[in-house]
Design a protein. Structure first.
Lengths: 879, 497
């Protein structure tokens, strides 16, 4: 895998120094492939990119360089020192300013001239103005049209194996033997669902000798709701999902984001074809006819899909609206196009053939919906999910409550009047009458004398709030009436909202911003795709024929164009992402950067084949998974070998299934599932997280919901998940970092979460043991049985002889020597445990004789063993 | 939680791991037959670092001999990312002040997002000569002014790129704009190993306001194994979560757990290793992380315990003032880590406080008042302890700022990014004190004399550690990779003692 232009050039120069340049083994340097990229990066801004090249010198073609400018020819074939091009460059005169051509690239130019300044093809006589897009630009691997390559012939049935096997063979390598059935089952479960099967399921699988047991198992895993929860998480990374706004330290909750998360989970679970998956996210609003009242659940879902366009942080105010637009384009291009168009916001991309116009074409697709010019804060984008019936019912309930409350108020004023009259009885006439008159008069109509009376007698100022001071019973009665009124209203249907990105009917003109500055708008740009992707180099116009309703229709038309099955970037990007989540690394390991600053594919032909296989499989991701899961490549073991490590360190060629740690969420979920605690409830508002006294963010009460349902606050990642690299999504995460460090180990060793789970596991083990018939077995046997059970529950297998011995020793040594006090967790009655030594025959014993019926090992000791297995490498890695 | 009935074990083995006996017992168990990651990854004996062409240094943390006698053993990098404005801090430009408000005649190497104007913006801050060497420093850095005789100010830094990300990647990974590469700390640990048994060799101190741009990429080991990654500390106590074991397992019970865990992990790793000569690097690094974690329970707690410091030291670092306390604590912890054998400590800031696009006068003064005293105190303190001779202190960002104002010239104007020329300072570890090196053009836009790019900087740092940048190679599938891959670097000999 080479990484980017610079590296490619360096290794090129490296080759040059290793072998004399006149050797026939060294490939010739050509203008189009090696030299023009250098000139583009350093020279063409002035010498070719503008209408009038500086000094009359145009360097876009070799022919033009020979022709030269005001100072005469700049290029003499075979003679670098006579060529101004090389001379000015090597002496540091050009380019002016501080950014100079690196010496290795100057050397490359020198060699090119010395070799005779070759071009690959005959150059045209003339070029249209501008840098344009050259044939070499278009021939960059990611931009070339998709063409299904021929599957290499050979022994491998599965095309994936044919491509992977061919490269392995070229290196003198082959596939590892298949992993064991148990490993494969666990691997498939973890990769597809993020949780492992239980021991009994594995036993059933191993016993099943039917030829289709693998297919059945894969189908069952793909059919489980856990599959969507697992794969939705991957997509949520790249779109930058969070349950908070990311607005500085407040990081206010984004209350309705979870509907988008649920939509993604459901989409994966029902195998929503990938083309529709994208279309709904880009333009779900254009698919649901307005007015958006009485929405069906399906319609509400389709609208929720547009959450994709409003994942990025910030902007409850118009100030940040431009940043939201910029970041949304970032999410859009990283997730769907795999190129960073961001550079082109301010100037034509220096490395990739992406122009500033291209950038604004993409902006024009999204601008009518995002619309920073007429910014709508989140609250203004909410659509009520009430149906007319709900609303009528709510109105009815509200009216009923209001009526009852009115009754309470009336009763209250009667009681207040009574209380006042009672107080007035304390005064003699004529003062009483005057007071009565003064308090009966409304504020502004009181005379000065009456005002004075009121001020002098605050005890007579009686309202509902102070009624209890005069008539406790009456106050209680009113309170009871009010409570009853509210309690009578619980049948009011709760009102849900969905956040929709839609358009207002006015299509804002998208203007190209000079240097990317919104204050300097220039010409208007129409929506379109990147010009380099079009065969005639004209931007692909995506202006819709008929605008749909109040919408410009741009997004839907673009989404269809993107998912037509032939889009060069989209297909490759998606195939690569799916691949990455199966193998830990992509065929292109920079999954959101397919341009020259990214890496090149390790298996370009396979990538092309897969990109076309997606539409061939009617965009069914589940079918695509089956294809991968049925390959030798996927099913081989992860065993290392000397030769494999030497020739394929980093597992790029896939001579073995790569070792990888479970992601943060899978780690937590697998632990909860192993214990049998995982709460499988799906969907709904996120479980709020809390901060403890030390600032550690936790799930309150250790709620065992799947991690995808925990509130994801950008500023407050759950400590355990954050430590294991869950992204905070300040914008988006194109590929997770995998850290291995001591703080993670401390969290696993000392953290409350794992301790709690280990204790739960011990409780579970004891209850299972208690159900078993323990007649006629001795204390060693029961210890052995305990150890086996812990291994089966956690690591899904029986321990080896060595592992068993170590485990038994651990349980023995971790048993408390003294009397056991009442178990604070289970609350089971206190029983005096024997010393653990007494469990062991042959141990020196000072107490009474060995009991007839052996006691179970102590819970605390079982917890120690469970804990170590739960944090073992075998548990936290995909086998 | 385990039931509390384990507390009796506490009485039997008070401070078991601390006692030494159990430590040996734990190690004895942990390092049992077959060897154990930490035993193989960390050791006292230095081994050579000459390899055959195409072969990497052994992927372990054993102390390794440098290529030649080193001047530095450790480095503390005060990374001031965001772009500290050199023309307002360390690079006085009288010509710029004279031209204040006039149009800049040259081309502005502008930044892409914001809005650099062409109006020259003279520094609103006063510069004065300080120390015996007479280095001019801005009034914003009264504390740095007191250490000018101990530092070398480089005024000709240059990345050629104005963007934060592109330049920060150049500084850490060696190639402008490229991610996925090991950072300088990783290369140091790869080349020299970990001299400490008890703490990670490469530590990062985070900021309460969050991580820098690019997040964890700034301390990633890239294509190298994860044992070379930086370990991040939290910005406030607890610096490391879950550092202390629950009391019922502290001591002997945990030592037994760890010994057991190590053994079953070993069995698992060996069975995965097959016939290969090396085990899986990720599995091995994970095992080592547990062993290091066990040691850190004691060592890190002790290293972070600032109550051990005298009142004088606490005041020196500004722990007595609200403004300087946070950064001061981190500088002080950095010193304590280096004292305890940590090789490379890097401090980051969150929220881009040096990125003064607006209101330069206010925002720049503010961040200086938080960081100036602790940064200088660190140099003073290392010096008085005799540690400065072998410890490099680096202060600097990935870019600087433009001499022109952003938008209209006003009382609250700011400056846009400038990767064409900016300043940093270095101290200790064989760097020549009391000097300035290089210069920008007359207005401070572009490095003009003795230009230093990040690769030159890296080559020079490696040189002080006794490493030849061209020989410190990592072969990645047959391709030779080195830290300074972006250009052909030079060692800045003029700034070396």
């Amino acid at each position: 895998m080479s990484s980017g232009l610079i590296l490619a050039l360096i290794s090129f120069v490296g080759n040059q120094s290793a072998v004399p340049s006149n050797s026939k083994n060294v490939p010739k340097i050509h203008f189009e492939t090696e030299i023009r990229p250098i000139l583009k990066a350093y020279c063409l801004d002035c010498h070719g990119g503008t209408d009038k090249p500086k000094g009359g010198l145009d360097l876009r073609l070799k022919r033009f360089a020979v022709k030269g400018g005001d100072s005469g020819t700049s290029l003499v074939e075979g003679n670098p020192s006579a060529s101004l091009l090389w001379e000015r460059m090597s002496q540091g005169d050009m380019p002016p300013g501080e950014k100079k051509v690196p010496s290795d690239q100057i050397a490359l130019v020198e060699r090119w001239i010395r070799e005779g300044a070759h071009t690959k093809k005959t150059e045209p006589e003339l070029l249209p103005p501008g840098l344009g897009i050259t044939e070499e630009d278009r021939s960059w691997w990611a931009f070339v049209p998709l063409k299904k390559p021929e599957v290499p012939s050979g022994p491998n049935q599965n095309p994936i194996d044919a491509f992977i096997g061919k490269k392995l063979m070229e290196k003198g390598l082959g596939f590892n033997p298949p992993a064991s059935p148990r490993e494969l089952f666990v691997r498939a479960s973890l990769v597809l669902t993020g949780i492992a099967p239980d021991f009994e399921e594995i036993q059933t699988f191993e016993r099943d000798k039917s030829p289709d047991r693998w297919l059945k198992t894969v189908d069952r895993l793909l059919g489980s709701s856990a599959y969507g929860e697992r794969w939705a998480r991957h997509w949520l990374d790249v779109v930058g999902y969070a349950d908070s706004e990311g607005d500085g330290s407040a990081d206010s909750p984004r209350d309705h984001a979870w509907r988008y998360r649920d939509w993604v989970i459901r989409a994966f679970n029902r195998d929503l074809p990938l083309d529709q998956f994208i279309q709904e996210q880009l333009a779900g609003d254009e698919m649901v006819p307005k007015p958006w009242t009485n929405l069906t659940p399906d319609q509400a879902e389709t609208l929720a899909a547009t959450g994709f366009l409003r994942m990025v942080p910030g902007a409850n105010s118009a100030d940040g609206a431009e940043q939201v637009m910029t970041d949304t384009i970032k999410v859009f291009s990283a997730s769907l196009l795999g190129v960073s168009v961001g550079c082109a916001q301010c100037h034509d991309h220096r490395y990739d053939p992406i122009s500033q116009e291209d950038y604004f074409r993409i902006r024009a697709i999204l601008e009518p919906a995002v619309n920073p010019g007429q910014w709508r804060v989140p609250g203004q984008r909410l659509i009520s999910l009430y149906t007319d019936k709900d609303r009528a019912k709510a109105g009815e309930v509200d009216a009923r409550i209001a009526k009852d409350m009115q009754k309470a108020a009336e009763r209250e004023s009667v009681l207040v009047r009574e209380a006042l009259e009672k107080e007035l009885q304390k005064y003699g006439e004529p003062l009483r009458a005057k007071l009565r008159e003064a308090f009966a008069a409304s504020g502004e109509k009181r005379t000065a004398e009456q005002n004075e009376l009121v001020t002098k007698h605050p005890n007579l100022v009686i309202s509902g709030g102070v009624l209890y001071q005069y008539n406790q019973q009456g106050a209680d009665e009113v309170k009871g009436l009010r409570e009853k009124a509210q309690a009578n209203g619980t049948d009011k249907p709760p009102e849900g909202f969905v956040m929709v990105m839609d358009e207002t009917g006015v299509i804002p003109a998208t203007k190209l911003f000079y240097r990317g500055d919104p204050r300097q708008p220039k010409n208007e740009v129409l929506p379109g795709d990147l010009a380099v992707l079009s065969p005639d180099l004209k931007p692909v116009s995506i202006a819709p024929r008929v605008p749909s309703g109040t919408s410009s229709g741009r997004r839907l038309v673009y989404a269809r164009h993107l998912t037509s099955g032939v889009h060069p970037l989209f297909g490759r990007v998606m195939a690569n992402r799916i691949w990455m989540h199966h193998f830990g690394g992509g065929l292109v390991d920079t999954p959101a950067e397919f341009g020259r600053l990214g890496q090149t594919p390790s298996h370009p032909e396979l990538l092309n084949w897969l990109a076309l296989e997606l539409p061939a499989k009617k965009w069914s991701l589940k079918s695509f998974h089956r294809l991968i899961l049925n390959s030798k490549t996927w099913q081989q073991s992860s065993l290392h070998s000397e030769l494999g490590d030497k020739l394929d360190g980093g597992d790029v060629l896939l001579h073995r299934y790569p070792t990888r740690r479970l992601e943060a969420e899978a780690l937590r979920d697998r632990m909860l599932a192993a214990i049998g605690r995982l709460d499988k409830a799906a969907f709904g508002p996120p479980i709020p997280v809390v901060e403890d006294i030390s600032g550690q963010v936790l799930v309150p009460d250790d709620k065992p919901r799947r991690s995808i349902y925990l509130q994801q606050k950008r500023s407050k990642p759950v400590a355990l998940l954050g430590a294991f690299d869950q992204p905070v999504n300040m914008v988006l995460c194109e590929k997770r970092v995998v850290a291995t460090n001591a703080p993670q180990a401390l969290m696993l060793l000392n953290g409350n979460f794992v301790h709690t789970q280990a204790n739960h596991m011990a409780t579970r083990i004891i209850s299972e043991l208690e159900k078993e018939n323990s007649d006629n077995i001795d204390s060693v046997m029961i210890l052995e049985r305990t150890v086996n059970l812990v291994w089966q529950r956690v690591l899904l297998r029986d321990p080896s002889t060595e592992e068993k011995a170590l485990s038994m020793e651990l349980v023995r040594s971790q048993s408390a020597p003294g009397p056991v006090i009442e178990d604070p967790v289970s609350g089971s009655p206190a029983k005096v445990a024997e010393s653990p030594k007494k469990l062991l025959p042959g141990s020196p014993s000072t107490g009474p004789a060995v009991p007839i019926k052996p006691k179970l090992p102590e819970k605390v000791a079982i917890a120690h063993l469970a804990h170590q297995l739960l944090i073992s490498n075998e548990f936290i890695h995909v086998p | 939680m385990y039931p509390n009935n384990q507390s009796c074990q506490q009485n039997r083995f008070p401070g078991a791991l601390e006692s030494g006996i159990l430590r040996r017992q734990f190690l004895g168990q942990a390092t049992g037959i077959g060897g154990l990651a930490l035993a193989s990854l960390i050791g006292e004996t230095a081994n050579g670092n000459t390899t055959k062409p195409g072969e990497n240094l052994p992927a372990n943390l054993l102390a390794k001999n440098p290529h030649f006698a080193p001047r530095a053993k450790a480095m503390i990098s005060l990374f001031m990312h965001g772009g500290p404005s050199h023309v307002d801090l360390l690079d006085p430009k009288p010509e710029l002040s004279r031209m204040h408000g006039k149009e800049y005649k040259g081309d502005v190497g502008y930044s892409f997002i914001k809005r650099a104007s062409k109006t020259l913006f003279g520094s609103p801050f006063k510069f004065a000569k300080h120390g015996k060497c007479g280095t001019e420093v801005s009034e914003l850095l009264p504390w740095a002014s007191r250490i000018v005789d101990d530092i070398c100010v480089i005024r000709s830094m240059h990345t050629g790129h104005n963007g934060h990300e592109v330049s920060i990647r150049y500084f850490h990974g060696g190639i402008a704009g490229v991610t996925g590469r090991p950072t300088m700390g990783s290369w140091l640990v790869y080349g020299l190993g970990n001299p400490s048994h008890r703490l990670p060799a490469y530590m990062v101190l985070g900021d309460p306001a969050g991580h820098p741009v690019d997040g964890a990429s700034n301390w990633s080991s890239g294509f190298m194994p994860p044992i070379y990654q930086g370990t991040v500390l939290r910005p406030t106590e607890p610096r490391i979560l879950d550092l202390d074991p629950p009391k019922e397992i502290r001591g002997a019970p945990q030592a037994r757990d760890l010994a057991f865990l190590a053994k079953i992990n070993q069995i698992h790793m060996r069975s995965n290793q097959g016939k290969a000569s090396r085990p899986d690097p990720e599995l091995e690094a994970r095992i080592a992380s547990f062993e290091l974690a066990a040691y850190m329970q004691d060592a890190a707690r002790e290293a972070f315990d600032l109550t051990q410091e005298s009142e004088y030291i606490r005041k020196l670092y500004g722990l007595d003032q609200a403004k300087t306390r946070s950064y001061g604590e981190r500088c002080l912890i950095a010193r304590r880590l280096v004292e305890r054998g940590v090789r490379f400590v890097q401090l980051f800031l969150g929220g881009q406080p040096w990125d003064n696009h607006d209101n330069l006068k206010g925002t720049l003064s503010d961040i200086c008042s938080q960081t100036d005293q602790p940064s200088a105190a660190l140099v003073m303190d290392l010096k008085q302890r005799g540690l400065l001779d072998t410890t490099i202190v680096h202060w600097g960002g990935e870019i600087g700022r433009l001499p022109v104002c952003e938008g209209e010239l006003s009382a609250t104007t700011g400056r846009d990014h400038n990767g064409q020329g900016f300043s940093i300072w270095l101290a200790g570890g064989g760097i020549k004190p009391g000097m300035t090196y290089g210069a920008t053009d007359e207005v401070g836009h572009r490095a003009a004399v003795n230009v230093v790019n990040p690769n030159d900087f890296q080559a020079t740092i490696l040189n002080q550690f006794g490493l030849d940048h061209s020989k410190l190679i990592w072969y990645q599938n047959g391709r030779a990779e080195q830290l300074t891959a972006g250009t052909k670097p030079r060692i800045i000999k003029d700034i070396l003692v």
